[in-house]
Design a protein around this ligand. Structure first.
Ligand code: NI
Length: 247
């Protein structure tokens, strides 16, 4: 069930049997010469699409994240960490005001992890400082870090999956958008590894945008398997999260 394809009476009816919502969150940033700029938003959005088929409400994807280090590559966009924190607080407050209690952010971008957790801390702080007990439950799930996805990445690519513009995420985007598959010779075959600071330093150290990865190993068939693994991981984590025993 997609929020954007629902009416308000649909959502009022949904709230009678569930107060949980999935919010895909990603980034709009370069993913090397063969990876789509939307990769980090497309991956969680695609997996959330499978959750939407299971009568779980999926909100619109928050597609712009904290990606300042990619700005030296055309097409990349960033929010400041403080902006993303403010967006998350407002999104949660909006739906919480109508009775939603369980917010599961399904994330596709490492740079969002710290600001999302900080947003959660801000929301808890507001409740604690006002002495108003909160009934909110907030969770961040990273599709790329689930147990089935990690096992599949190890099995298919081992160390070659790398850190940015990975074969896993590129495969998943090609499963979602087969017509967008790209082929190119990448040199060196395995991209360099190292620390990330600002945008100019990133482009100097990682000239084609990849970090430690070999996206040449990506295929649509691998992408189908990452979709299935990512969906099973996310469904398991979400169901545990919204269950009365653990939520
Ligand atoms: Ni990525």
């Amino acid at each position: 069930m997609y929020l954007q394809l629902s009416t308000w009476p649909d959502i009022e009816a949904y709230l009678k049997h569930s107060s949980g919502v999935v919010i895909p969150i990603g980034s709009t940033e370069q993913h090397g010469p063969t990876g789509l700029i939307g990769t980090d938003a497309i991956c969680p959005e695609t997996i959330a699409g499978g959750m939407a088929e299971q009568d779980i409400l999926v909100a619109p994807t928050l597609s712009i994240g904290v990606a300042q280090h990619h700005l030296a590559f055309p097409g990349s966009m960033t929010l400041r960490p403080t902006t993303l924190i403010a967006v998350i607080r407002d999104v949660v407050a909006s739906l919480a005001s109508q009775g939603f209690t369980h917010f599961y952010f399904l994330n596709g971008h490492g740079g969002n992890i710290a600001p999302v957790h900080t947003a959660f801390a801000e929301i808890w702080s507001e409740a604690s400082l006002s002495s108003e007990p909160s009934n909110l439950h907030l969770k961040l799930g990273n599709w790329f870090a689930g147990p089935r996805v990690n096992r599949l990445s190890q099995e298919l690519f081992g160390d070659a999956d790398g850190k940015h513009a990975t074969a896993s995420e590129v495969s998943l985007t090609w499963h979602a958008y087969p017509e967008q598959q790209r082929d190119a010779e990448l040199e060196p075959r395995r991209a360099p590894d190292g620390a990330i600071r600002d945008a100019a330093g990133y482009r100097a150290n990682f000239p084609d945008g990849r970090i430690a990865s070999e996206p040449q190993l990506a295929t649509r068939e691998h992408g189908r398997r990452f979709y299935e693994a990512g969906l099973a991981d996310a469904l398991e984590e979400y169901r545990r999260f919204v269950s009365p025993a653990e939520g």
